[in-house]
Design a protein around this ligand. Structure first.
Ligand code: PLP
Length: 392
């Protein structure tokens, strides 16, 4: 007979999912109730309010799509775009490429603005593209490129989009709750995220939010949204503000208990404190990596605190290191993607996982494994440098 599944106890320091706190896991195990139960509807309202807090928005249309971050991405594009639309897509890593895919599958045209992997989106290039394409209706970019560890200047990119009368579409899957993000102040028109990165919730939900301007556009579409499941015109009635909620799909009830709990934890800590915590542990980690004798591929001013792309030392088999970390240390870190495959490790310090214990564990484990493989690294110096950051 097949046995019950008991996962090993890992420390998750990859690009997601991140460690889920016991409090969130406990919430997940509470009794399932009906998704139209008045008590559940109260919970949905609270989740909406908590997501507005996390996104710093008053957007009425703010809710978790019942599927992972990729579905939030798809929801944003399928709802906002119609066949024939032209959209400027900024690409500086894997996820910008997925935005392009989404635009094209909507029957729209993607005008690509490309930057090197490991560099933020270039504002001048974006402005050139906007000047050359006055008919573009939107600008789409990834705030926190998880494939490279780069943060782009979302505030400036949104301002440019508006200057050229475009909607601003933002991927915040990795940025939400990890670094500064202000939906209303920055004028973001459509945004999506995921629960399994800096919210430290279980994977499988995608918080989205649409500005009034975006909602107008969705209401006035001339073609129906090609995805029935993701059509916000229908979902608005399910997540809407009043009591006439109509059945659309069965909400993932227990997963929403978990999201509620993780958002309460965020509120207890305070959003700005969570941003500062990520920055603090990143500073210690980066100091440790560099003192150990390794580099980070992203320039200091564009580094994401929650995703650190660490250069693999010359001659080291990066996959063997990850295997050893998982087997001997129960520690997961991520591999490089695309053009960075084999060249970097991606070390996540996301949500609940962004803490001193994890930073010191990762530096110790990485240093020990690398030294055992004969790499010339200085694990003691690395630990000392990280500890010095914590001592200040
Ligand atoms: C993880 C991630 C996604 C996809 O989210 P899933 O939950 O894996 O579908 C999209 N964009 C970025 C920037 C991500 O890091």
């Amino acid at each position: 007979m097949t046995q019950s599944f008991y996962p090993p106890q890992r420390t998750l320091m990859g690009p997601g999912p991140s460690d889920v706190s016991p409090r969130v896991l406990a919430a997940l195990a509470r009794p399932t109730i009906g998704h139209l139960d008045p008590e559940f509807i109260k919970l949905m309202d609270e989740i909406k309010g908590l997501l507005q807090y996390a996104y710093k928005t008053r957007n009425e249309l703010t809710l978790p799509v019942s599927a992972p971050g990729s579905a939030g991405m798809e929801a944003v594009f399928t709802n906002l775009l119609e066949p024939g639309d032209r959209v400027v897509v900024c690409q500086n890593g894997v996820f910008g490429g997925r935005m392009k895919e989404n635009v094209e599958r909507c029957g729209a045209t993607a005008i690509l603005v490309q930057d090197d992997w490991g560099k933020p989106v270039d504002q001048e290039k974006l402005e050139e593209a906007l000047k050359a394409n006055p008919d573009a209706i939107a600008v789409a970019f990834v705030h926190a490129e998880t494939s490279t560890g780069v943060r782009s200047d979302a505030k400036a990119l949104c301002a440019l989009a508006h200057q050229y009368d475009c909607l601003a579409i933002v991927d915040a899957v990795t940025s939400l709750a990890g670094n500064e993000l202000r939906v209303d102040d920055w004028g973001i028109d459509a945004i999506y995220s995921g629960t399994q990165k800096c919210l430290s919730c279980v994977p499988g939900l995608s918080p989205v939010s649409f500005s009034e301007r975006a909602v107008e556009r969705i209401r006035r579409r001339s073609h129906r949204v090609q995805s029935w499941f993701l059509d916000m015109n229908l979902i608005m009635d399910y997540w809407g503000g009043d009591s006439k909620r109509s059945y659309h799909h069965t909400a993932p009830v227990n997963a929403l208990y978990a999201l509620h709990e993780s958002l309460i934890m965020l509120q207890e800590e305070g959003l700005e404190s969570a941003w500062a915590r990520h920055e603090h542990h990143h500073t210690a980690f980066a100091a440790g990596i560099q003192a150990m004798g390794m580099g980070l591929i992203v320039d200091k001013n564009a580094r994401l605190p929650q995703l650190n792309a660490v250069e693999v030392p010359a001659g080291v088999d990066e996959a063997a290191v990850r295997k050893q970390l998982l087997q001997a240390w129960n520690l997961e870190i991520g591999a490089g993607l695309g053009s960075l495959a084999g060249k970097v490790w991606r070390v996540g310090l996301m949500g609940h996982a962004a803490n001193q214990t994890n930073v010191l564990l990762c530096l110790t484990a990485l240093g020990t494994v690398l030294r055992s493989m004969g790499a010339s690294v200085m694990p003691e110096a690395g630990l000392k440098a990280a500890q010095a950051v914590y001592a200040t």
